[in-house]
Design a protein around this ligand. Structure first.
Ligand code: ADP
Ligand code: ZN
Ligand code: ZN
Length: 725
């Protein structure tokens, strides 16, 4: 009896064996349902071992093998295998993450409702060779072979004498979907390239074939998207597939429209977690079968199987949302680079403000550097002006200079954006009489005042309640919102500029994709004069009438504890500043700060990312922070802090025994937001001089940790290359 080895979504690094009487080698990479405990689970067949790891007599039979879609190919299995190894996650959990749930549950996904191309699968060939068998479906296979062309449209197969059996043959895995190669690529409405764009595209397309990572560093508005589109066009013309990653699909409907418009006949698939299950499964199968030409998606689309893949494009490669922050903590950008290496392909990482890791790779010439130093249409980058707020009286956080600048834009019929990365009305409600402040009952965080719907809300755990009329502690009626968020700025701007149309753009105003698109349309149509926005407004948008960006409240990040805080602040300010003056009108950025002489602002004023990067990297080198060292973070959480810390102390002792020179285990410390949703959290940093050293250590350490018996209340996870330290 054949044995199949299955990866199942369970939080332990283990595979499970089952028996399957009709299993073939070609079933590796197919989804299965199997009995598990008292229930059932879905997983993926990763091998057909000769012998089971446990007593073969105790193996249970598989319930169902999904044969309606082609198996995941070997290179895909290698990809999830790499992610499991590198991020030290159970393979079954990586598979569960990478596969759309509908597909993994093997609940009868049809690949395509159109007219797919089919060919005889290896399993079909095997049954054809077996002279003892006879069936309608088998007869159909023979007719397919006799037709002499492969692949065939399903409609053509249906018209064969035994065509009625096509569904049967497909379900048994005897026929499979195949790579479509229909000549159908034409493009519309493309602009003349700038010289810089043309050069950059030539560099990529004329490079020697094979793996080649590129950093496309182009100032905001330099036309990076156009470069992606031209590279995609060249790939489509060569019959290849394109994988294009974007940080947040909800924030990039503009890009999706642009791609679809440019390639009207291409099959453009978008893949992201907000899709309905059926659509996600269908898109995935189209990618797998080669029917999709362009896959555009958020981080999880890095797992789309793409048999004809020609290039990977990663837009805004510095964006933190490429790193998954729970479950399997992978970086889609880094996985994209690994995948390009595996498949021997170019990968282009684009940004105006690259991550320092990527920038350093380019500087060390491990990555090729593609630069776009000028804007594609606007004549120049915006002028950046610091407003020293130390001796100024601010009106709800707004300086006279910023108000005057907004007033000028109003007179000229242009748009302004006030950028403040804090939503809500005020970050806390407090009682001046007794000192009470609005604390979240479940987290070590304050409840944020949301005046728009009169709620106090925790931005960490989401719990909320009504705003009290009096102090819950002393009964004082005069309780005050303290500090400022977007709603408060919005309210003040409405008072200051009664004639203006003020529009707030944050996650509260754009909860759904439809709301977000409606806001974007309103802005693009020029139906708003003053925008108040969070970092949602910083990403990739193009509003020709927006000529002023005012930044308030940025100073807090200058002194944050995280060593990546300055990098993030610079990126954010350069990105949001880059929204100004992208059309024909010149732009201006006004930054309110108490530290106008800070080098970060100086580099920003000169639009000199490279100078900033050199400075920041020098600091990191001295402190031996990444990219000059390699980190992993072990985090633990429990209802009481002591349990989490004790587990980490124990883990540290276990690790110390095998820690080689060049590897450091730090003391466990409570996390900055110690309490989250009633759980107390602590972390332990591991740092190594070399990546290989870290990986070797983690391999041994994880084995030890998985072998520990811990209380049911305690949870722990490992985060390789953590972003928040
Ligand atoms: P980036 O992604 O680098 O910030 P975009 O790709 O969004 O920049 O381009 C900025 C603007 O310039 C867009 O409106 C785009 O349509 C336009 N653009 C880009 N390349 C060209 C070109 N070669 N000719 C004319 N307009 C262009
Ligand atoms: Zn009080
Ligand atoms: Zn909370």
């Amino acid at each position: 009896m054949p044995i199949i080895r299955v990866a199942l979504p369970v939080p332990i690094p283990q595979l499970f064996d089952y028996t399957a009487e009709d299993a073939l080698e070609s079933d590796v990479g197919r989804c299965v349902r199997v009995p598990f405990g008292r229930g059932e689970k879905s997983g993926l067949i990763v091998g057909l071992p000769d012998a089971a790891e446990v007593d073969a007599a105790r193996l249970k039979p598989v319930l169902h093998i999904q044969r309606e879609v082609p198996p995941l190919p070997d290179d895909w299995l290698a990809l999830v295998g790499f992610v499991a190894r590198y991020y030290h996650a159970p393979l079954g959990e990586v598979v569960a993450l990478a596969l759309p749930p509908g597909l993994r549950r093997a609940d009868g996904v049809s690949a395509d409702d159109t007219d797919p191309l089919l060919e005889v699968a290896p399993a079909g060939r095997q049954v054809m060779a077996d002279a003892r068998r006879d069936s309608k479906a088998l007869a159909l296979l023979r007719e397919c072979e006799e037709a002499g062309v492969s692949p065939l449209r399903r409609s053509v197969i249906r018209a064969l004498p035994s065509g009625a059996a096509v569904g049967d043959a497909f379900r048994r895995g005897w026929l499979q979907l195949t790579v479509g190669n229909v000549p159908r690529h034409h493009t519309t409405g493309r602009p003349e390239l700038t010289d810089e764009q043309a050069t950059v595209i030539d560099q990529v397309l004329n490079a020697a074939p094979g793996f080649r990572p590129w950093l496309l560093q182009g100032v905001t508005g330099s036309g990076k998207t156009e470069v992606y589109l031209r590279l995609a066009e060249a790939m489509l013309a060569a019959g290849k597939q394109v994988l294009m990653l974007v940080p947040e699909i909800a924030l990039t409907p503009q890009l999706e429209h642009r791609v679809a418009q440019r390639f009207p006949a291409a099959n453009v698939i978008s893949l992201h977690s907000a899709l309905a299950e059926g659509a996600r499964s269908r898109g995935f199968v189209q990618a797998l079968s080669g029917h999709a030409d362009i896959v555009l998606g958020t981080r999880l689309s890095v797992f789309a199987p793409l048999p004809r893949l020609g290039i990977i494009l990663v837009d805004e490669e510095h964006d933190a949302s490429y790193k998954q922050q729970e479950g399997v903590r992978y970086s889609a950008r880094d996985v994209a680079v690994w995948r390009a290496r595996q498949r021997g392909l170019p990968v282009v990482l684009g940004s105006a403000t690259p991550s320092l890791e990527t920038w350093q790779h380019a500087r060390a010439e491990r990555y090729g550097l593609l630069s776009l130093s000028r804007r594609a249409v606007a004549s120049s980058l915006p002028k950046v002006r610091g407003v020293d707020t130390r001796r100024l009286k601010l009106d709800e956080g707004l300086s006279p200079a910023l108000q005057a600048a907004i007033g000028e834009r109003l007179e000229r019929g242009e748009q302004s954006l006030v950028f403040l990365n804090r939503r809500g009305y005020a970050p806390v409600l407090s009682c001046p009489a007794c000192g009470w402040i609005s604390r979240c009952p479940h987290c070590s965080a304050n409840l944020v005042v949301h005046l728009a719907d009169r709620r106090l809300r925790c931005h960490h755990c989401g719990c909320d309640g009504p705003i009290p009329h009096a102090c819950p502690s002393c009964g004082n009626q005069d309780i005050q919102p303290f500090g400022r968020g977007t709603q408060r700025i919005e309210a003040r701007l409405i008072e200051l500029f009664p004639q203006a149309r003020v529009l707030r753009v944050d996650r509260d105003a754009a909860r759904t994709r439809a709301q977000w698109e409606a806001l974007l349309d309103t802005i693009a149509a020029g139906e708003a004069d003053i925008l108040v926005g969070t970092q949602m407004m910083a990403k990739g948008h193009d509003f020709p009438k927006l000529t002023l960006v005012g930044v308030i409240g940025a100073d807090a990040s200058l002194h944050a504890a995280d060593f990546r805080a300055p990098e993030r602040l610079f990126q954010q300010l350069m990105q949001v500043g880059g929204r100004a003056g992208r059309g024909a009108l010149p732009g201006e950025v006004v930054i309110q700060t108490e530290y106008p002489g800070h080098p970060l602002f100086q580099h920003l004023a000169r639009h000199d990312f490279d100078a900033f990067a050199r400075m920041a990297l020098d600091e990191r080198k001295v402190a031996s922070f990444p990219p000059f060292s390699y980190q992993a973070m072990l985090r633990a959480d429990a209802p009481v802090l002591k349990d989490a810390v004790e587990f980490l102390q124990h883990a540290r002792r276990l690790g110390e025994a095998s820690a080689a020179a060049g590897l450091r285990l730090f003391d466990p410390v409570p996390m900055r937001l110690t309490r989250l949703a009633r759980r107390e959290r602590a972390q332990l940093l591991v740092e190594a001089d070399e990546r290989g050293l870290l990986q070797g250590f983690l391999l041994q350490w994880m084995k030890l940790l998985y072998a520990q018996r811990t209380s049911r209340e305690l949870r722990w996870q490992i985060d390789v290359d953590p972003l928040d330290v």
